[in-house]
Write a protein that binds this ligand. Structure first.
Ligand code: NAD
Length: 275
């Protein structure tokens, strides 16, 4: 997509962090917006700010883990604006803990939002984009965790590797049809948002190792890239129709190391990236 003025963007997880920055950026280039999130108060506050800035904006309270609600989001987007040109499957939650120690509820929550949320988005929006027959773009927010696993981050890592796999699959499928619908997958390292507070597990008895991991993660996120800078990079990728969006160069070396481990058969080794 090259032309954004007057086009319609749907953004999930729009009320905070990266989603909010994407909404602000899209508003700045003249798009019409459909904001979706669970957090009604923040969603309404953002809609009011964007409307005051002259952006046609609707908000739809949506739990992306629920297919019926994502179907309603698609319908309400069409009723408001008649088409959808850009979809950001961005909503996500983060929760840490050992793979065997995370409760069934923890696993279901993270996979429900981060992976099923994207599956629902694709199932409900791709058919209507294909029917439109005009240039459209889907941006799935994965994470560097979608490419490199970390200890004590099982549900999140599994969900994001699923999002990367699904994005690649979708890219091949749409390209095979020569569809005007393009795909990008965003794999950031730390971005300065409040995601670390998004889904605390109520599990007690955390080990020192778990507490240390949480502290490293929180410090990394607090010192991360600004959501506004990331939004700028994401829109540049949409303009260029670029599939991979890897905004943190510091992960090139860990990615290379992981690929070498795959190709040589050496065991993988986890190290924190240094910025
Ligand atoms: P954030 O917590 O600031 O924003 C996430 C938004 O998603 C919140 O407004 C929240 O209310 C919403 N949300 C949560 N569950 C939802 C649901 N079931 N349905 C609809 N909305 C829901 O976090 P963020 O950092 O802006 O995260 C956005 C995306 O970026 C996520 O997918 C996250 O995994 C990914 N990401 C973040 C980082 C980072 O360091 N912040 C790094 C890599 C990837």
């Amino acid at each position: 997509m090259q032309d954004f003025e007057g086009k319609v963007a749907v953004i999930t997880g729009a009320a905070s962090g990266i989603g909010e920055a994407l909404a602000q950026y899209a508003s700045g280039i003249g798009m019409k917006l459909v904001l979706a999130d669970l957090d009604l108060d923040r969603l309404d506050a953002l809609r009011e700010r964007l409307v005051a800035a002259g952006t046609e904006t609707v908000s739809v309270v949506t739990d992306v883990a629920d297919d019926t609600q994502v179907e309603r989001l698609a319908q309400e987007s069409l009723s408001a604006f008649g088409c959808v040109d850009l979809l950001f499957n961005n909503a996500g939650v983060l929760l840490t803990g050992p793979s065997w120690g995370c409760s069934l509820e923890d696993w279901q929550k993270v996979l429900g939002v981060n992976l099923w949320g994207v599956i629902h988005g694709i199932r409900r929006f791709v058919p209507l984009m294909l029917a439109q027959g005009t240039p459209a773009h889907i941006v799935n927010t994965a994470s560097m965790a979608g490419l490199i696993a970390a200890p004590l981050n099982g549900p999140y890592t599994v969900s994001k590797q699923g999002v990367v796999a699904l994005s690649e699959t979708l890219h091949y499928e749409l390209a095979a049809q020569q569809a005007p619908v393009k795909v990008s997958v965003v794999c950031p390292g730390p971005v300065a948002t409040t995601i670390a507070d998004s889904a605390q597990s109520h599990r007690s008895g955390k080990t020192d190792q778990e507490r240390a991991f949480e502290t490293m993660l929180r410090q990394g996120i607090a010192a991360g890239m600004s959501p506004d800078e990331l939004a700028g990079q994401v829109f540049a990728a949409i303009r260029e129709e670029q599939f991979w969006v890897l905004p943190h160069d510091a992960y090139r070396e860990p990615l290379q190391r992981r690929t070498e481990s795959l190709l040589t058969g050496r065991d993988p080794e986890f190290r924190w990236a240094t910025f």
